[in-house]
Design a protein around this ligand. Structure first.
Ligand SMILES: [Zn+2]
Ligand SMILES: [Zn+2]
Length: 304
């Protein structure tokens, strides 16, 4: 077995950063000096990051961040890994660390956010009759795994969530709403949005699914499948109590959580595919893509 000499860190904090442009440069220099790779978004409202590196280098990074009074409260979720989880380092300046696309109606999550539930409180609350467990992530994320019984909005991007809520008010009205996401940052904003929309009892899973999976009491119980992550691992295990697979092979329907990218590059769709179908279909998500490749057909990508 390969040694787990690397860590993958996931972290965020809403905290005012006076000169975010200069802070981007500081982060770039710090991460380069430690050989870290990953993605860090910096805005005047805070920071959202995920990086990988050798254990000692990740520890230096966490020490350095905690030594900065603005980030002393930042919680890091730490995973062991056998290698880097990212191909390179990218540190970017953004208007917001996560965007719900609210434009003029936008707000700072420190002004309005849902009540935090720690993992054990969350597990207890989700069993009640008067709650709705609401997944705040995108469709390709919950297809790989989600909490049992959760409402799963069919959205491709976080910015579509406010519209989804406005079209599904009656499902949520009068219930306690329990929202969750990968590491918690999207729910800081989304639960605040729900409160501003007039929902009175709004809760968020503190630290998200990743923290829930690390909690020694709940051990990931009631989470089905894997947690989608935005790095080369794609999915990480959460439930140590009763593991299940929720994905299905796109080609034959067998229960499966292996992701492939369609071998026809203009499609490049990420899809579940079992090993047998991968051999048979040689990596194409559909006969259309296979054929397109053979006749050299090309289309413009519509992805922005
Ligand atoms: Zn298959
Ligand atoms: Zn395809």
């Amino acid at each position: 077995m390969a040694t787990e000499s690397y860590n993958v860190l996931l972290y965020y904090l809403y905290t005012p950063i006076e000169d975010p442009g200069a802070f981007v440069e500081d982060q770039q220099v710090l991460c380069e000096s430690l050989g870290l790779r990953g993605r860090i978004l910096v805005a005047a409202e805070g920071l959202n990051g995920t990086v990988s590196g050798l254990i000692a280098d990740c520890e230096s990074y966490m020490r350095s961040m905690r030594g900065d009074s603005r980030f002393s409260e930042m919680a890091f979720k730490v995973d062991a890994a056998t290698e880097h989880a990212f191909p390179k380092l990218s540190v970017k300046l953004r208007p917001e660390v996560v965007s719900l696309g609210l434009g003029e109606e936008d707000f700072f999550p420190r002004e309005a956010t849902g009540a935090y539930l720690e993992p054990a409180e969350w597990r207890e609350m989700m069993e009640r009759d008067d709650v709705v467990v609401l997944d705040a992530r995108n469709n390709y994320e919950w297809e790989l795994g989600r909490f049992a019984g959760a409402v799963l909005p069919d959205i491709d991007s976080f910015r579509e969530l406010p519209t989804w809520v406005r079209h599904h008010r009656e499902e949520l009205e009068g219930k306690k709403i329990l929202t969750y996401c990968t590491g918690g940052i999207r729910c800081e904003k989304f639960s605040g949005f729900l409160k501003r929309e007039g929902f009175e009892e709004v809760y968020q899973l503190h630290g998200g699914i990743v923290n829930y999976g690390k909690d020694r009491t709940v051990r990931g119980e009631r989470f089905e499948g894997k947690c989608y992550v935005f790095d080369e691992r794609i999915g990480v295990e959460v439930n140590e109590v009763d593991r299940t697979v929720v994905g299905q092979c796109l080609l034959c329907g067998v229960s499966c959580d292996r992701y492939l990218n369609c071998a026809w590059s203009p499609c490049n769709a990420q899809y579940f595919c079992c090993e047998a179908c991968e051999r048979e279909a040689t990596g194409y998500c559909s006969p259309v893509c296979h054929e397109a490749r053979i006749i050299g057909f090309s289309v413009r990508s519509t992805e922005g």
